[in-house]
Write a protein that binds this ligand. Structure first.
Ligand SMILES: *Cc1c(COP(=O)(O)O)cnc(C)c1O
Length: 553
């Protein structure tokens, strides 16, 4: 039985410290009330406790400006109140259906109580000694996700899912770690041990390159590639400059011919293409690279083929749309983030290896844990101690099922199409990238300016686009500060405007609670905010006036 009491830890004596390990706060304490609020009415908690108002980051920083180590203990309730006032109130309502600029959305309610179980058990997945059943569970989840991507037969999964010497993938905290792990595997397999050489994992990069006779290594990816790949190139010793960005076509898909040419150029300089990366759902525009063609290219280059499906991987749950990712099953490794379109809390990503033996090149052993022949998951993960997030992924897979995910994915894609149509119908908006999955970009461009842009030469387009960039930034900032709704913004090179880089609104439509009405309101709010702009809009009007005068002269 849990005893409740108002815990007095505000004095530093051991008796009261023991209590914070053994008893819970009384139900009528601040923390007790908050716990009830969250479990009874999560939406209400978030709507009320996160305050939608314009607070500058500088103001918030003042609440977190003291660097002194707290000397004396604080009462839990007092502390909770501080958190509510200063932290929770000024956090971001990522679950709000009108916050359509992030890849982070609402969570299914069961994630909260289940997370509590997870924290209560406090398992460490690095080794079986501290996780027991959690280890087979995580391996099963990796098996299920492997199955989703690679669709091997039953025998395959019976052989490899729980095998101590192989690994179908690795759980990690997110897409960044997953991408680093994938390229780590690629590097170590390329530069592995042979009769005369210990392998890059033991000897290091320089002796490895010398042994294999390469002047360097390179990784090729589209210019829309996620910046985590640059981090990977950095930590793996390949160098950021050797992550080669390849141009995209008008649909934001990588130009495979250009990638092939770049690869040939590199090989002429004796720089080995270690891996090519295809993106299944770019972070900015949600487009999918031609994965089959990339698989062919990887084959002809004899290099590792990684698919970054951190965002788009969940599309595979949808029978209706999974063909958008065809070719993904030919990848050597695939990144999928469960904390994106799988609606699992932040901090859960995974990388899958098509061939289970691939991971053996990153295997690590230690004497006190991860002994050879053990099934400890830590022998194939970059991270060490890790929480039991697999339990939450497993629960989402079971509770929603493939069919449930399919409904959610189909809904997101349909809603993105609806929003694109809506933008196209508005005379003062311009759709910049059409949604292939559920991400699109657009901007506010008054109709008369659109007409002018269409007939303008490159120089005039650049002048106009610069002012439109100011306007887009202005609208996005005002909307964010007003706090009712949120879209993000990014910069993209636009083929319509001779590859000029333009600032655009970016929208991610993955929150199942976002309605068509909300989307209409977002556009209406933006059109209204545009009128408040004191510089960009008047300058555009002036430009228009000058051009029209010229026109009649
Ligand atoms: C989000 C994302 C990542 C990075 O994932 P994190 O979970 O943020 O580390 C990598 N690639 C793509 C395509 C992404 O969308």
């Amino acid at each position: 039985m849990v005893k409740h009491s108002n815990i007095k830890v505000a004095t530093a004596d051991l008796e009261s410290l023991y209590r914070i390990f053994t008893v819970a706060e009384a139900p009528d304490s601040t923390l007790g009330q908050i716990e009830r609020e969250i479990s009874e009415n999560l939406a209400g908690f978030l709507n009320e406790r996160i305050v939608a108002r314009a607070v500058s980051l500088a103001d918030i920083e003042r609440d977190f400006s003291c660097s002194g180590m707290p000397e004396k203990p604080t009462f839990v309730s007092e502390h909770t109140q501080f958190l509510l006032d200063k932290l929770v109130a000024n956090s971001v309502h990522t679950a709000a259906p009108s916050f359509i600029g992030h890849m982070t959305s609402a969570l299914p309610y069961f994630m909260l109580p289940l997370s509590k179980i997870m924290i209560a058990l406090n398992q460490n997945l690095v080794k079986i000694e501290t996780s027991k059943a959690f280890t087979p569970l995580e391996r099963q989840v990796l098996g299920m996700m492997h199955n989703l991507v690679f669709e091997q037969n039953d025998d395959f999964y019976q052989t490899y899912m729980h095998s101590e010497s192989d690994s179908l993938g690795a759980f990690c905290s997110g897409g960044t770690l997953a991408n680093i792990t994938a390229l780590w595997v690629a590097r170590n397999n390329l530069l592995k041990a042979d009769d005369q050489f210990k392998g890059v994992n033991r000897a290091g990069l320089f002796p490895a390159l010398t042994h294999y006779g390469y002047n360097g290594l390179a990784v090729l990816v589209s210019e829309r590639g996620h910046y985590s790949l640059a981090k990977a190139a950095d930590v793996l010793g390949i160098g950021r400059d050797n992550l080669i960005a390849i141009h995209v076509n008008g649909e934001h898909k990588v130009l495979v011919d250009e990638m092939r040419q770049a690869a040939n150029e590199l090989e002429k300089q004796n720089i080995k293409v270690m891996a090519i990366v295809g993106i299944a759902g770019t972070t900015e525009t949600g487009n999918v690279d031609p994965l089959n063609e990339l698989a062919d290219l990887a084959q002809s280059l004899n290099c590792h083929f990684h698919v970054d499906a951190a965002w788009g991987g969940a599309t595979l749950f949808s029978k209706k749309h999974k063909a958008l990712l065809k070719g993904i099953e030919r990848a050597d490794s695939v990144t999928i983030d469960a904390h994106k379109q799988m609606y699992v809390p932040m901090g859960s990503g995974l990388v899958l290896f098509k061939r289970p033996e691939l991971a053996s090149e990153i295997e690590q052993h230690a004497e006190y844990v991860l002994r050879k022949g053990s099934k400890d998951l830590g022998s194939h993960t970059l991270e060490g101690s890790r929480p039991g997030m697999a339990m939450l992924v497993y629960s989402a897979l079971k509770v929603l099922g493939r069919q449930g995910y399919e409904l959610l994915i189909n809904r997101s894609l349909k809603q993105a199409q609806y929003f694109a149509d809506l933008i196209n119908q508005q005379s003062d908006f311009e759709l910049v990238s059409k949604p292939e999955l559920c991400i699109l970009t657009y901007r506010y461009v008054p109709k008369a300016i659109q007409t002018l842009l269409a007939s303008a030469d490159e120089t005039l387009q650049a002048v106009i686009n610069e002012k439109l960039d100011d306007l887009t930034r202005f609208i996005q900032k005002c909307q964010r500060e007003a706090g009712k709704s949120f879209v993000s913004r990014t910069r993209l090179s636009s083929q319509v405007y001779s590859n000029q880089t333009i600032t655009v609104f970016r929208v991610v439509l993955a929150n199942p609670l976002t309605t068509e009405k909300i989307l209409q309101d977002v556009l209406a709010e933006q059109a209204k905010l545009a009128q408040l702009s004191q510089f960009a809009l008047p300058e555009l009007a002036q430009l228009l006036k000058e051009r029209q005068v010229n026109h009649y002269q």
